[in-house]
Write a protein that binds this ligand. Structure first.
Ligand code: GLA
Length: 710
């Protein structure tokens, strides 16, 4: 596995230390018509540059200076209010939204649109004092206390009632405000609660899902270790280790509860807001404390907070997080927060290099983002995050990064028309589901088997050749893809298996890798060996799996290399299933000369299972083989080292974004003539692009065939 340890460390920084985990009825008046009508909204830009602004932390006399500085940097939106509950409802039922209205009007005067964050991630002290039952109960049974944020219990009916009332006030006041373009619900959903009332809700959830205890007991095989339940109230909350059926059910309950928590506010906003106002929440990339995909389904747009933490941007793993987020609703998304240089919560809070912030912004756009927002504009003078990167210093003046961000703003304004209406369109999909991630993570079997790193290894290998990859759930329609790769898709429901079988039978090429198709919907074992419900189609299966403490050679169609960590020993059951790779001889003995990768042509389609843990040249060769076999025809061969390419298109034209993340300058020979979007004049075309480190070149050309295929 390529640089798995490094990747794991990098991901730990972004996942485990995800910012918010560090922690740190009266009738609403409607908006005064005069206040809303005082300025017509400017035409919305195609690409939005934004900043997280906290007007409640500053005297109003300062607002105009801040907004003027934002306007100078081409900042076109601010997100406000997501932690301002104590200012919006200073005491129960007494709302004060006038200051927010004034902030929205002030922004409007500077041609800056507003996204309102509902403040439920930070309940005020009066609320948790009056209603202590709204405070989250930690896994160790202790109740969270006031003084930080995210101390609420997401399953508490009282908390939901109060959060909804607050959101309703805001939606009634600003739901038709011309300068409000969207809503962010809460902020970085993260923490569940583990108290008795949540447990009772979980038990009811199980009752609704399983119907009878006999059914639940059978599907979880509770006869094992005498776990059999004869009353719903006996079922505990279990996070790890525990019965696999109980574990997966808890995570599904957590996810459903976030969804209903979100819907509680979403419905009241939707009922009071113009349809043109989007509703999103800011997710956290690979954070897997709940099923992000499921929760995103009720939103009008996905968004996420993109923090590098320690080190420099890794375009592959970071790109995968973008593509994962884009895959939830299979359309463009927003980067709702990103670091202006550095963060404050990593073990080492180094800044991004000069030029890297701009390169990263274009990397975001290349992956399908239509907005990039910097968190935050100016640091509060006290509070938990005094050291975090900002665009202004504590003195209120621009810091050294400000001109680079203003450069991004100028770029966005210039390139916006070319990118308007374009999206990422891929021939290749990587499948990802949270069930598989959790199932493997609870039972890694070899601690070095990291399901996320496995996905990213395959993503990187195919993306290097195809230049564009979607990451989607195995439940979505797949017919648009020529190649679908399912890395370690451990849990496949019967409906998902049907979807995959149909895909292959209709001519698609499906590649499954290690540990795929082992688990059923209850996190139990399929009685057909893996890939379980896909084994008949494959004409083969995994005869035995091995967690490795030694390196095994593997060789065949994709050359020779080592396999470490894991080996699935395959066997064929159909005469037309071909062996592509075999394991070599080692003292282990079991794997000697056994199949390590097999494939079967099915009509015009193909299904392949790769049992070896490929890395290096064989991994790259396998990716090349599947791309060619599936008929994916990228226009470009391998790009120079360090250079990344992103393509966005619509039916008439396509935009190529080239970025050089490497230290060495590179020149890229283009396959056809392009116009340079940022620097071109008078329709002049170019055939090459020269890029020093962190340079960004944006190119445009007509799409030569309808539907976006050049
Ligand atoms: C998160 C939060 C922000 C802020 C930043 C700082 O993304 O949403 O409120 O805490 O982290 O890293």
């Amino acid at each position: 596995m390529i640089a798995r340890r490094q990747l794991a460390i990098a991901l730990a920084a972004t996942l485990l230390l995800a910012p918010s985990l560090r922690s740190h009825a009266a009738t609403a008046p409607t908006a005064p018509a005069a206040a809303q009508a005082d300025a017509a909204p400017a035409a919305p830009p195609a690409l939005y540059l934004g900043a997280a602004w906290y007007p409640e932390q500053w005297p109003e006399s300062r607002w105009d200076t801040d907004l003027a500085l934002m306007q100078q940097a081409h900042i076109r939106f601010v997100r406000v209010g997501e932690f301002a509950w104590s200012r919006l409802e200073p005491s129960e039922g007494h709302y004060d939204l006038d200051w927010l209205d004034r902030a929205i009007r002030a922004a409007q005067r500077h041609n800056i649109a507003v996204v309102i964050g509902t403040p439920s991630a930070a309940p005020p002290a009066w609320l948790t004092t009056e209603y202590p039952e709204t405070l989250r109960i930690e896994e160790d049974g202790k109740r969270a206390q006031h003084g930080n944020r995210q101390q609420f219990d997401w399953s508490s009916p009282k908390y939901r009632e109060l959060a909804r009332a607050m959101a309703e006030q805001e939606a009634r006041r600003f739901g038709h405000d011309p300068n409000v373009i969207g809503w962010q619900i809460d902020n970085e959903y993260a923490n569940a609660s583990y108290g008795p009332s949540t447990q009772a809700q979980f038990q009811n959830w199980l009752k609704a899902r399983y119907g009878t205890l006999d059914n639940l007991n059978a599907r979880w095989t509770t006869a094992y270790w005498s776990q059999t339940y004869n009353d719903w109230s006996q079922i505990p909350i279990e996070t790890k280790p525990g019965n696999p059926g109980l574990l997966i059910s808890w995570m599904r309950f957590v996810s459903d509860t976030w969804r209903s928590y979100q819907k509680n506010q979403l419905d009241v906003i939707r009922a009071n807001a113009d349809p043109r106002q989007f509703i999103t929440t800011n997710m956290m990339g690979f954070f897997n404390g709940y099923n992000n995909d499921l929760v995103a389904q009720d939103l009008t747009m996905a968004s996420w907070d993109d923090y590098v933490g320690t080190g420099q941007l890794n375009p592959v793993s970071n790109g995968a997080a973008h593509d994962l987020t884009r895959g939830f609703l299979r359309k463009n998304f927003w980067v709702m927060e990103t670091q202006p240089g550095s963060v404050n919560w990593s073990p080492d809070n180094n800044p991004l290099n000069k030029g890297e912030v701009r390169a990263m912004a274009w990397h975001d756009i290349g992956h399908g983002a239509d907005a990039v927002e910097y968190w935050q504009w100016r640091s509060a003078l006290n509070g938990q995050e005094e050291y975090h990167g900002t665009l202004l210093g504590a003195d209120g003046n621009p810091n050294p990064l400000y001109p680079e961000v203003a450069h991004i703003g100028a770029d966005f304004a210039k390139a916006g028309p070319a990118l308007a209406g374009t999206s990422v369109q891929s021939d290749v999909a990587i499948l990802h589901n949270y069930d598989s991630y959790w199932a493997i993570d609870w039972q890694r079997h070899n601690k070095a088997f990291d399901p996320l790193a496995t996905m990213i290894d395959w993503y990187g290998a195919v993306r290097a050749l195809a230049h564009s990859v979607d990451i989607v759930s195995p439940s979505v329609p797949l017919s648009q893809y020529k190649l679908v790769v399912a890395p370690a898709l451990n849990m496949i429901t019967e409906a998902q298996a049907r979807n995959l079988i149909d895909y292959v039978q209709n001519g698609g090429h499906l590649v499954l890798t290690q540990r795929s198709g082992m688990k059923n919907i209850d996190n139990g074992l399929y009685t057909q060996l893996q890939p379980g419900p896909l084994a008949d189609l494959l004409g083969g299966h995994v005869a035995q799996f091995y967690a490795l403490d030694t390196t095994i050679p593997v060789s065949g169609t994709w050359g020779t290399g080592p396999t470490k960590v894991w080996a699935d020993m395959l066997t064929t059951t159909s005469p037309d299933t071909k062996v592509l790779m075999r394991y070599g001889k080692t003292p282990l003995g079991w794997l000697d000369d056994q199949p390590a990768a097999i494939t079967r042509q099915v009509g015009k389609g193909r299904i392949t299972y790769i049992g070896a843990d490929l890395e290096g040249a064989p991994l790259a060769a396998a990716a090349k083989w599947m791309i060619a076999d599936a008929g994916v025809q990228p226009e470009f061969g391998t790009l120079p080292p360090g250079v990344d390419l992103y393509i966005r298109k619509d039916a008439t034209h396509e935009v190529w974004i080239l970025i050089n993340f490497g230290a060495a300058p590179q020149t890229v020979a283009l396959p056809t003539a392009f116009t340079n979007v940022l620097t071109g004049t008078g329709g002049a075309t170019v055939h090459t692009a020269a890029l020093k480190q962190y340079d960004v070149v944006i190119l445009q050309r007509p799409t030569s065939t309808p539907g976006g295929k050049p």
